[in-house]
Structure formats: C-alpha cells, structure tokens
Design a protein around this ligand. Structure first.
Ligand SMILES: NC(=O)c1ccc[n+]([C@@H]2O[C@H](COP(=O)([O-])OP(=O)(O)OC[C@H]3O[C@@H](n4cnc5c(N)ncnc54)[C@H](O)[C@@H]3O)[C@@H](O)[C@H]2O)c1
Length: 274
C-alpha cells in the first residue's frame, strides 16, 4: 500500500508563535488558528497581539492566548513556558520566528550592541524557546519546532550580524534534530528570501532601490507573509512527519540568480529588472 500523507491540519495542538505581532508571525498565527491549533502568540508588544487575538476569536475555534515577553530575557521565556504548561498542558508546536534586522553595517564597523542584540533575538531566543517549550514535548514524546532562518544564512547580507545569526539557527535546528529526534520531536528551519513586512519595509521605500532588489529574484516579486506561513504550517504538521533537521528555502530562486545579469535575454523574461 502506498503511504498516505495526511493533509496539513493542526487540530487541537498547542502552538507557540514568537514574533506574533510582526508580519510573518501574524501570518503564522492566522494560519495555525485556521488549521485548528490553539495558538499562543508571543511578542514584546501587547496591543497588536490583543487585536489579533480578537480577530481570531471572531472566527471561532480555540481562544488565542497573547503573551507579552522580551525574548532577550531567559526568565521571561521560562515563565511563559511554565504558564502554558499550567494553563494548556504545554506546547506541542513551537514556531520560533521573532527576529531583528539592525541597520546596514560591515564587520569592520558594526556597533557591537547591534551584534549582541541580533544574536540574542535571532539565535539565543530560539535556543531558549526550544529549551523551555521543549520540556513539554520531551515529556509527551512528540513535538514540532520550526525556526525562521533566512536566505541570509546562505548569502551574506548588508547587516554583518544577520547572516551569522541565521546560519547559527540552521545549525541549532540540526543539533535539535539529532538530540530530540529520539523523543519524537522534529526540528526544521524555513529560510525566506525577500518578504515585505515591517522588518523589510524600508527597502521598498525608494522605487529604484526596490526594483534593483527585486531584480535578484527570478520570480520578480517578494513573498507574501502567508506564503511563508503556509510552509511553516507544513513543517509543523504531520504532513512533514519524516522531515527533521532540514532547511526549506523559499526565496523565489534568489540563491541561484547570480548569473542572471550576464544571461541571454530569454533568462530575463518576466524579470522585475526589465
Ligand atoms: N521580512 C523579510 O524579508 C525576512 C526575510 C527572511 C527572514 N525573515 C525573518 O522572519 C522573521 C519574522 O520577520 P518579519 O519580517 O515578520 O519581521 P517583523 O519586524 O515584522 O516582526 C518581527 C517581530 O519580532 C518581534 N521581536 C523582536 N525582538 C523581540 C524581542 N526581544 N522579544 C519579543 N519579540 C521581539 C518584534 O516585536 C516583531 O513583532 C524574523 O526572524 C526575520 O529575521 C524576514
């Protein structure tokens, strides 16, 4: 008999989303809720979380839980995990998605505080979230962790700390895949290319700079946050039950576009650079 792969459903699963007030985080929370999950939305700003919780509540389903948390503070993450354990029986899914992109810098001139903040939010926080929310998954013998990486893990970025923080996230996921696979916990990363969100909005303010940026993407456009959320949901679901330690790159082909500038015109058809 051929194996039957279940559709993407998250019915009844307690799913923690960090950075849930941001562009991709909101899309993940909306999609998780639509797929039947009991969503716990964490961010450092409460008002947008409460608005989103009210929006999701209107749609029916499990009551979303907003949690304010500064992810640079280990004890705040630990306290959130203790509360979710007490109130909801612990997390079954973790989407460690919060991130920061500090102003452009090089290795020679980056403000060291920017380096530290980038590492704290983008790399240390996913480690801490995995450690604290993973306790319930280990006890249950089942769980799924999806960490938001970036194509910058593979391609150097205009901000010196960003790529190293995201490359670290990919290594963290592989480490967890091996350490926690035996407990039935899968860990993967999603690496978006260009996504138009508050984090990246400034790149699109100048039309010329925006066109140059989009010209690096064979598909000629940025991803929507929901296109990324759909892949996070896939990796978090039983549809990806044998995927562990992988990085799913969703960049519209950007990684492979280096030759586009010297390629014959037919390769440039449909490009935003035209
Ligand atoms: N937008 C893109 O083009 C793009 C591309 C690749 C990867 N990413 C990654 O996707 C993820 C989501 O990014 P986004 O584009 O939605 O950005 P965003 O700025 O819209 O959202 C990021 C969220 O993280 C939260 N956050 C930051 N520091 C925090 C802290 N200390 N404690 C708690 N919350 C904190 C912010 O409040 C914000 O709501 C990030 O990890 C980012 O690096 C984004």
């Amino acid at each position: 008999m051929p194996a039957v792969v279940d559709g993407v459903r998250l019915d009844g699963r307690v799913a923690v989303v960090t950075g849930a007030a941001g562009g991709i985080g909101q899309a993940i929370a909306r999609r998780f809720h639509a797929l039947g999950a009991h969503v716990v939305m964490m961010d450092q700003v409460l008002a947008p979380l409460e608005l989103l919780a009210a929006e999701l509540l209107e749609l029916g389903g499990a009551k979303p839980v907003p949690v304010i948390c500064d992810l640079t503070q280990a004890e705040q993450i630990r306290d959130a995990a203790v509360k979710i354990q007490k109130d909801l029986g612990g997390a079954q899914i973790l989407a460690a998605n919060a991130g920061v992109l500090r102003p452009a810098s090089s290795v020679a001139d980056i403000d060291i505080a920017d380096w530290d903040l980038t590492m704290a939010v983008n790399l240390r926080a996913p480690f801490l979230c995995a450690r604290y929310f993973g306790e319930a998954m280990i006890a249950a013998g089942k769980g799924a962790i999806v960490i938001t990486g970036s194509v910058a893990a593979h391609l150097p970025n205009t901000t010196a700390a960003y790529g190293p923080s995201k490359a670290g996230v990919l290594a963290l996921a592989r480490q967890l895949a091996v350490e926690w696979g035996p407990y039935g916990i899968r860990t993967n990363t999603i690496s978006p290319g260009l996504v138009r969100t508050p984090l990246s909005e400034h790149f699109y303010a100048d039309p010329e700079a925006s066109a140059r940026r989009l010209a690096t993407v064979p598909l000629g456009r940025p991803a929507t946050a929901d296109e990324i959320a759909a892949l996070v949901a896939f990796l978090a679901s039983d549809a990806a039950s044998y995927v562990n330690g992988q990085d799913l790159v969703a960049d519209g082909g950007m990684q492979f576009s280096a030759l586009r500038y010297s390629a014959p015109p037919q390769f440039q058809r449909g490009s935003a650079s035209q």
